[in-house]
Design a protein. Structure first.
Length: 72
């Protein structure tokens, strides 16, 4: 079966993106069976904290050896 370009909707931002025939072949060659759920922009930002809703929080702790506070 010949792959054709398909329009998909990003589950993160709701925009439509093109899942090209070349990308479909790439997925098939690697044994991936599911279509991508996110557009290229959202896939790129995934894991960088921008798309996950998580944020870094400063935490203060005392050193177990010397007792001095440290922030990390």
């Amino acid at each position: 079966m010949e792959a054709t370009d398909r329009q998909l909707t990003c589950k993160a931002c709701g925009s439509e993106f093109l899942f090209t025939a070349g990308e479909q072949r790439f997925y098939k060659e690697r044994g991936l069976t599911n279509d991508p759920k996110r557009c290229k922009a959202c896939r790129g930002s995934k894991g960088q904290g921008t798309g996950t809703g998580r944020r870094m929080v400063e935490t203060e702790a005392l050193c177990a050896n010397c007792g001095w506070p440290s922030i990390w």
